[in-house]
Write a protein that binds this ligand. Structure first.
Ligand code: HEM
Length: 308
């Protein structure tokens, strides 16, 4: 039986998820059949009242509510602290074939904190036709939600990240230097299940010959849910990505990244996102890329749990 006094579990769940389980029973979200369906015994308003009671069991207001956990874009970082594993794959849509992948492991620390490890690996076809691959620059990060409010629908976090020179730049894997990164992220709920997300920050390479850089990213999206708001969720989003070296006269590189995220499992803890990154200005060495990820919210259940 769930323990609704456990803030670590209870506050991250959004009302719609609990509403679905109370209305249609445990299997509605891939939980046990022991949890009965109350949809014929209780009206929508009565279920809302029950939810109000459940919400009273955790009294610690430090935990950001699950409603502020917005769909994860392909590039822009989220403000909500997470327990998840994400495997992102990038393929160039033109030119020499290459595969770049990144696995991200995120773990919550207390109500507002999160640690994160990112391990990139890449495989590229060499002029002779053989494939060469390996691990790139591993990154470690700490994120902290500094503001969150369900009534205004907003969440703001700060992150510090270090990219370590674990790759081999001679083989095109990593940059061969340590880079410190700091950024702010902001998520905002909008009317009609729409949302906006922003990320802005700086890169500080530890070698003076390499320019510092600034980057900013914005996302607009909307979630459409099947079965009157209780079923599979589809979230079309578009990201606008910008980066500029901090040097006089440096250009701004703008990219657009339309994408679609969809929940795969009934519990909605396994998700897929697919998008195409289009250079808008000064394509230069940048190519159009196809990106997709598989996301596993491991706190909500094992990879094979919660499918039926
Ligand atoms: C008004 C009464 C009840 C309410 C409001 C309620 C609410 C919920 C909710 C919201 C969940 C989903 C928790 C999650 O997100 O992990 C859940 C799961 C569950 N409930 Fe209930 N429930 C009620 C009555 C019952 C009863 C009477 C039983 C058993 C006889 C029961 C057994 C369970 C079980 C076994 C689960 C699944 C736990 C799991 O698989 O992790 N519930 N319940």
């Amino acid at each position: 039986m769930p323990d609704f006094t456990d803030c670590r579990f209870a506050v991250r769940e959004a009302d719609t998820d609990w509403h679905a389980v109370i209305r249609s029973g445990g299997p509605a979200r891939g939980f046990s059949e022991i949890m009965p369906a109350f949809g014929e015994a209780l009206s929508r308003e009565q279920i809302e009242q029950v939810l109000g009671i459940l919400r009273g069991f955790c009294r610690d207001r430090a935990w950001p509510r699950g409603e502020l956990n917005l769909p994860r874009p392909l590039v822009t970082e989220k403000a909500f602290p997470e327990d998840e594993v994400v495997l992102t794959t990038k393929l160039p849509a033109e030119g020499e074939p290459a595969v770049t992948q990144e696995i991200v492991y995120e773990k919550r620390i207390g109500p507002r904190g999160q640690i994160e490890a990112k391990v990139p690996f890449a495989f590229a076809r060499q002029p002779g036709g053989s494939w060469l691959g390996g691990v790139g620059d591993v990154a470690l990060a700490y994120k902290r939600a500094i503001l969150h409010s369900l009534s205004s629908g907003s969440i703001v976090s700060l992150t510090g990240e270090v990219k370590l020179p674990s790759g081999d730049p001679k083989r095109g894997l990593g940059k061969g230097l340590t880079i410190w990164e700091t950024f702010a992220t902001y998520g905002q709920l909008l009317p009609r299940d729409a949302f906006a997300q922003f990320q802005g920050g700086f890169e500080f390479p530890t070698r003076s010959q390499v320019h510092k850089a600034a980057f900013w990213r914005a996302v607009l999206g909307k979630t459409l849910t099947q079965d009157s708001g209780f079923g599979r969720a589809w979230s079309p989003m578009v990201e606008l990505l910008a980066k500029r070296n901090l040097a006089t006269g440096a250009r701004i590189y703008w990219d657009l990244l339309p994408q679609m995220q969809v929940t795969l499992s009934r519990r909605q803890h396994i998700m897929f996102n697919f998008g195409v990154r289009l250079p808008v200005t000064e394509a230069g060495p940048r190519r159009t890329e196809v990106l997709f990820y598989l996301l596993w919210d491991w706190f909500d259940g094992g990879l094979l749990e919660g499918w039926k």
